[in-house]
Write a protein that binds this ligand. Structure first.
Ligand code: ATP
Length: 231
């Protein structure tokens, strides 16, 4: 199953957020989008998620339209985090897991395994507002993967995390990839993309200017005058 973008463009009035992007993301790939603020990464993700319609071009999964009614297909960590502050972590995840068609017992089992893995089993009973931003991000990550999606979209998953949590999340991402999940993520930082990705593209002003394996991208990246801003 391949995620395919063909000549995808998205315009907002006079602004071209994504400009004629053609990309192939094979099943099981860990694919990175690297680019500065405003390069078009989030807009690309929102089109893959079906939240925005491309102005031109097509996005297909396994050769056909993406069936968004299959709630278990996609997992999404949005750039703007959004949890319910007053709910306990457990309540939050039960609510979100049920929206994905999961049974309560399965949600709790998955939640406990992830909290254990992130060394915070006691967070199940804490209200979201009691957690630091970084820990809320881990909970949001768990919400994105709870239902074992085939395609996982992570928008800036490492931003705002301390180095220990960056490592925890990276290991989780690698394990999910090794279990067959197709993962697409964005970052401003070459080192995150470089460490994790088999394939990547560098977005610049809406265009995937360089695209391919890490080796290919590194080779051509050196020849192009593109500035990627740090976080
Ligand atoms: P960031 O890292 O800041 O999230 P990005 O690479 O994800 O950046 P996008 O958020 O996709 O970039 O934005 C690409 C361009 O499209 C920017 O110029 C942005 O201002 C514009 N844009 C995005 N969404 C809209 C919208 N709904 N209406 C108008 N312009 C938009």
């Amino acid at each position: 199953m391949t995620l395919q973008l063909e000549h995808v463009t998205k315009r907002f009035g006079a602004v071209t957020a994504v400009d004629n992007a053609t990309l192939t993301i094979p099943e099981g790939n860990l694919f990175g989008f690297l680019g500065a603020n405003g390069a078009g990464k989030t807009t690309t993700f929102r089109m893959i998620l079906g939240l925005l319609e491309p102005t031109e071009g097509t996005i297909t999964w396994n050769g056909g339209k993406i069936d968004y009614s299959k709630s278990h297909l996609i997992g999404y960590l949005p750039e703007e985090r959004g949890l319910y502050p007053k709910l306990k972590v457990k309540e939050q995840l039960i609510y979100l897991g049920r929206l994905r068609g999961m049974e309560k017992a399965a949600i709790i089992k998955e939640m406990e395994a992830w909290l254990e893995r992130f060394n915070v089993p006691e967070y199940a009973e804490k209200r979201v507002e009691e957690l630091s931003k970084g820990n809320q991000q881990k909970i949001q990550f768990i919400a994105a993967v709870l239902h074992k999606p085939k395609l996982l979209i992570l928008d800036e998953p490492f931003s705002g995390l301390d180095p220990v949590n960056v490592e925890l999340l990276k290991e989780a991402v690698i394990d999910l990839k090794n279990n067959g999940t197709t993962i697409v993520f964005s970052s401003h930082r070459m080192e995150h993309v470089e460490e994790l990705c088999e394939h990547l593209c560098i977005m610049h002003r809406g265009r995937p200017v360089v695209y391919g394996s890490l080796k290919e991208v590194k080779r051509s990246f050196g020849k192009k005058n593109i500035i990627i801003h740090a976080d």
